[in-house]
Design a protein around this ligand. Structure first.
Ligand SMILES: Nc1ncnc2c1ncn2[C@@H]1O[C@H](COP(=O)(O)OP(=O)(O)OP(=O)(O)O)[C@@H](O)[C@H]1O
Length: 281
């Protein structure tokens, strides 16, 4: 079953094309990496799929699950249903700093309950238990009562993933979720995404700068270059030589220096062996 479909999407910002005729079909349950040098269009594509941005008129249709998100530059009226279906994680500013982690996770329920109850913050015991279970799933239950502002960057990303779980999202869009994290935290966030993909069947698109993570955590990679799909296929095909072929000098942005690709044991997350930079993670 198709989880996300993008057809001929183009987007121009002030006469400068950011996406050019992008087409993409992602099946339910896939975890797909979106890679590309800075400015290649990764965030723009994710924002369009989430319904946060409209494509150029006369171009582009995007469907998430059964919902048409937008067509020919117009967002559809399904916004509420789509927001329920899609969890979005950004590089930063995912949480409301002054609220507890638990309250931030409970925000995921707001689309599924009467607005008066949400406004008053009246959550049932069972809803709080659901949030607690989600925090367990992402490995940070002990932070539930802390203010979100006290969490590390990696913990904040995992709390945002927990919010997506509580929301009941079937699709998780993660826009450079590990860009500002140290290698150990980055690895944990990627493992968490991988786990919700495999155990919960969540379809995941994760945009990444460093291709190592794509190779280790995602079977499929879509590589953007100047707003166009330059590659769409098995992540294992993305050798450093091939990246150089696609991106030329810009490939240096995507490849960790001296990063050998080691085989991974996908069934044992803790045994995932990455590059030397991850040693001790
Ligand atoms: N709101 C905007 N207004 C004007 N130009 C924009 C806007 N958003 C993106 N762009 C331009 O669109 C192009 C693609 O940007 P985008 O942020 O999608 O790239 P990216 O691959 O996510 O880059 P990065 O890895 O640096 O985040 C860039 O040229 C960028 O300057």
């Amino acid at each position: 079953m198709t989880a996300i479909s993008v057809e001929n999407l183009s987007k121009t910002f002030r006469r400068k094309p950011a996406l050019k005729n992008v087409s993409l079909e992602i099946s339910s349950g896939e975890m797909v990496a979106l890679i590309g040098a800075s400015g290649s269009g990764k965030s723009t594509l994710i924002r369009h799929i989430a319904g946060l941005e409209r494509g150029d008129g006369e171009s582009g249709a995007i469907t998430v699950g059964e919902h048409l998100v937008q067509n020919s530059g117009k967002l559809t009226r399904n916004a509420k249903a789509i927001r329920r279906e899609v969890g979005v994680i950004f590089q930063q500013f995912n949480l409301v700093d002054r609220l507890s982690v638990m309250s931030n996770v409970l925000v995921g329920l707001l689309g599924n309950m009467p607005s008066w109850r949400g406004t008053l913050g009246l959550f049932t015991r069972s809803e709080k238990l659901t949030a607690m279970r989600a925090l367990h799933r992402v490995g940070i239950p002990e932070t539930a009562l802390q203010r979100a502002s006290t969490l590390s960057g990696g913990q904040q990303q995992r709390a945002a993933i927990a919010r997506g779980l509580v929301q009941g999202a079937s699709v998780m869009l993660a826009d450079e979720p590990i860009a500002s994290l140290d290698p150990a935290s980055a690895k944990r966030v990627m493992q968490t995404l991988s786990s919700i993909n495999r155990a919960d069947g969540m379809t995941v698109i994760v945009s990444l700068h460093q291709v190592e993570y794509a190779r280790h955590f995602c079977q499929r990679t879509v590589a953007l270059r100047d707003g166009e799909v330059a590659f769409d296929g098995a992540s294992t095909a993305l050798t450093n030589d091939f990246l150089r072929e696609i991106y030329g000098e810009a490939s240096e942005e995507l490849v960790l220096p001296d990063a050998p690709v080691t085989t991974t044991d996908e069934d044992d997350e803790e045994s995932v062996s990455l590059v030397p930079a991850f040693a001790g993670a």
